[in-house]
Design a protein around this ligand. Structure first.
Ligand code: ADP
Length: 258
């Protein structure tokens, strides 16, 4: 993997600290004071029932949603959501992390290489030679070098999602955000995507992962936040949250799906 796309060295990645996030869609008060801490080089799994606000939190971390109140620190960047973002803050927030979406959201009219390089070339304005070399090295890493010129529609769902991960890495973010990255895949394709994520975790990437894959959360995450009704009800090491859940809501959720 090219050194410039390696994760930040251990202990030097960004510390993420969100406090008191509130967000409403119309009169639907979706986030009701969410706190989230992610230590550098760790994987944080966001779990909980559908509609509890996990995706909205994740999107807020990347500036895709704007909470009405609360604060967010990522490394040096500090955002107060109760006042409008400056253009510089918006850009910095967007640069700090890169998102892998549930439906990979690749451009159908661009090749795999085109999808991976469009952000670094058009948005970041990085030198073409460097962007191409990095993109090909990243595709090689996930076993898709020979698909560089293929169009997304010719790939399997698992391959498309691996391209989605490469596209995020190519932006050279300081952390990675995954929004249910395997939930739209056929069961037999889930493993190849989780394998890439497990490798990235082992390399020391800081990752926030909204997931229904509780086995993955249990094995790979360093910390788990359990969401219900727009707040983090319980947070802890996977062994504790899964093995000895403290909160009644967590217990019920785990009983229902295990
Ligand atoms: P989760 O990821 O836990 O399933 P979400 O954050 O996706 O939860 O959604 C929380 C609530 O916010 C749901 O009631 C959902 O319908 C609502 N919601 C999310 N995004 C929007 C949006 N763009 N417009 C209106 N409502 C939304």
């Amino acid at each position: 993997m090219p050194s410039e796309i390696a994760p930040p060295p251990p202990g030097t990645g960004p510390l993420l600290r969100a406090r008191g996030l509130h967000k409403s869609f119309g009169d639907n008060h979706v986030l009701r004071g969410v706190d989230l801490d992610i230590a550098p080089g760790t994987v944080h799994a966001l779990i909980g029932p559908s509609g509890s606000g996990k995706t909205t939190v994740l999107r807020s971390l990347n500036g895709l949603e704007s909470p009405e109140a609360g604060s967010l620190e990522i490394g040096e960047l500090a955002i107060d959501f109760s006042r409008p973002r400056t253009r510089a803050e918006r850009a910095a927030l967007h640069r700090a992390s890169a998102m892998v979406f549930q439906q990979h959201q690749l451009f159908p009219h661009l090749s795999v290489l085109g999808n991976v390089t469009i952000g670094p070339l058009r948005v970041q304005g990085r030198p073409r030679d460097e962007v191409m070399a990095d993109a090909l090295a990243l595709l090689e890493r996930v076993g898709l070098r020979e698909k560089a010129d293929a169009f997304p529609s010719s790939l399997s769902g698992g391959q498309q999602q691996r391209v989605g991960i490469v596209r995020a890495l190519a932006l050279q973010p300081s952390m990675l955000l995954f929004d249910e990255p395997t939930s739209s895949l056929d069961p037999e394709l889930v493993g190849e995507v989780l394998a890439v994520m497990t490798e990235l975790a082992a390399e020391g990437w800081t990752m926030a992962v909204v997931t229904h894959e509780l086995a993955f959360a249990r094995e790979v995450a360093h910390e788990v936040s359990f969401f219900a009704d727009g707040v983090v009800v319980e947070r802890g090491a996977p062994a504790q949250v899964f093995g000895e859940p403290r909160h009644e809501r967590t217990k019920r959720f785990l009983q229902r799906i295990q």
